[in-house]
Design a protein around this ligand. Structure first.
Ligand code: HEC
Length: 421
């Protein structure tokens, strides 16, 4: 028995070490990984600072690539595996990671160019097909050379004579080198227009939130993100007469001015809508993070009300620059704890909505717990206050927030809306 096992083990070992004799080559092994995992962002005209299309591009950067993938800085994907199961994960598999690392260690050989996969054809224009309506910034907005990070909100009127149900939303950043990420908010109060008029130039300054209590959002955009498509029968309500506010994070460290005029495509429901997509914020607004504190925890909890069974389809943690980690769990009435998301290396620049692979049931009396961790020490490289000062809730770059938004539907909801056509 033992001998058999050893023999089996030897076969397994042989099988797994055999490819080590032949180092991976760019053409055969590395290019397919880069096509799938890197080129969505690393190609001309996209946000990433350099292309990873050709052997030359990649060979020049091989050491940086090894470091970035080994440290899991690239591809950018923040949720820690094992806590929540998400669509569109960008995390490299162990095989992909070791292939890249072994390739660099072997001197980054090109191999036979005849074995290169055909180049990926990236879609131009709207990927979801012709939209029902396009919202566009009123004018082009110009960001000066070397402006660094610019956070600005732009108000776009919709002027629809009736409520609309949006089932798909897609963004077209005007200048993909300039746009770092986009969040959208719906305003039914006129507050955004007042903020816009209160500041010269198109739009108004906004960082952590839009500066008013929003009536929901229409998803967002970040490099490499897939457009949001809701499940059948679920819609995002765009009330008649509402304004849509695009919160843009621009980044321009280059020597020239750049300008942007972002557009957004809306697709309206073509079938019946039974459930409204809602956003539940779970937050703590009453904290103060003491200066010098390296790991300051801020907690919030929320219990699903009696009689209101929910399903959550996406989760969006939100903190500012001092945020370091966030953990969100659901504790079911029977005591079972289900992790919803855990981010252990928060980066304000890579935030977004993470869509659950399958909607997560949250029956009545389930408790959602959020733990946000902040680093308010002088050693935090993202520390915006020199020297550190006590930091509390607020909209600004030097304030903080501790929120997680859950995108949910109510199980019992039956709106019964039908398209008129
Ligand atoms: C979702 C977009 C996106 C994807 C996918 C992506 N990158 Fe990046 N990459 C960026 C951006 C943007 C930067 C600039 C730094 C930043 O903003 O974090 C960057 C920077 C880098 C850097 C510079 C060093 C660093 O860590 O900042 C390397 C090396 C790199 N990427 C390699 C890769 C490789 C290899 C892959 C695929 C395995 C990949 N990237 C996938 C967007 C992406």
């Amino acid at each position: 028995m033992r001998g058999l096992l050893t023999a089996a083990l030897a076969v397994v070992l042989l099988a797994s070490t055999a490819p080590a004799l032949e180092p991976p080559t760019f053409s055969e092994h590395v290019a397919p990984i880069l096509q799938q995992r890197c080129q969505t962002c690393h190609r001309p005209g996209e946000h990433a600072p350099f292309s990873l299309l050709t052997y030359r591009d990649v060979y020049q950067r091989r050491d940086d690539i090894r470091d970035a993938v080994q440290g899991r800085a690239m591809p950018p994907w923040k949720p820690v595996p094992g806590f929540g199961d998400f669509l569109g994960s960008r995390r490299l598999s162990e095989t992909e990671l070791t292939t890249l690392v072994r390739w660099v260690a072997a001197g980054a050989p090109e191999g036979d160019p005849a074995k290169l996969p055909p180049p990926v054809v990236f879609p131009k224009g709207w990927t979801l097909g012709a939209p029902d309506h396009v919202l566009e910034m009123a004018e082009t907005y110009t960001v000066p050379a070397r402006a660094g990070d610019v956070y600005r909100c732009f108000v776009i009127p919709t002027n629809f004579p009736e409520d609309r149900w949006v089932t798909k939303a897609e963004y077209a950043p005007g200048d993909r080198k300039l746009v770092h990420h986009i969040l959208s908010y719906i305003d039914t109060t006129g507050a955004a227009e007042r903020l816009d008029h209160g500041e010269p130039g198109l739009g108004y300054t906004c960082f952590g939130g839009p500066g008013f209590a929003s009536a929901g959002g229409l998803s967002g955009w970040a490099p490499g993100i897939r457009p949001r498509v809701l499940e059948d029968g679920v819609g995002m309500l765009l009330p008649k007469g509402a304004n849509v506010v695009l919160q843009m994070h621009y980044h321009n460290s280059g020597p020239t001015t750049r300008s942007d005029r972002t557009r957004m495509a809306l697709h309206f429901a073509t079938g019946p809508i039974d459930k409204r997509q809602r956003s539940i914020p779970i937050l703590n607004r009453t904290f103060t993070i003491p200066p010098g504190e390296r790991r300051h925890e801020v907690r919030a909890s929320w219990t699903v009300p009696f009689g209101r069974d929910l399903h959550a389809n996406a989760i969006s943690p939100h903190m500012h620059l001092l945020g370091r980690a966030m953990t969100v769990t659901a504790t079911y009435p029977d005591g079972t704890v289900r992790p919803l998301i855990h981010i252990d290396d928060w980066d304000f620049n890579w935030q977004g909505a993470y869509m659950f692979a399958k909607p997560v049931p949250l029956p009545q009396n389930t408790r959602i717990d959020m733990v946000a961790v902040f680093d308010n020490s002088a050693e935090n490289p993202r520390q915006p206050n020199r020297p550190p000062r006590p930091v509390s809730w607020g909209d600004g770059t030097t304030d903080e927030m501790a929120i997680v938004f859950l995108s949910v539907t109510f199980d019992a909801e039956r709106i019964g809306w039908k398209p008129s056509r």
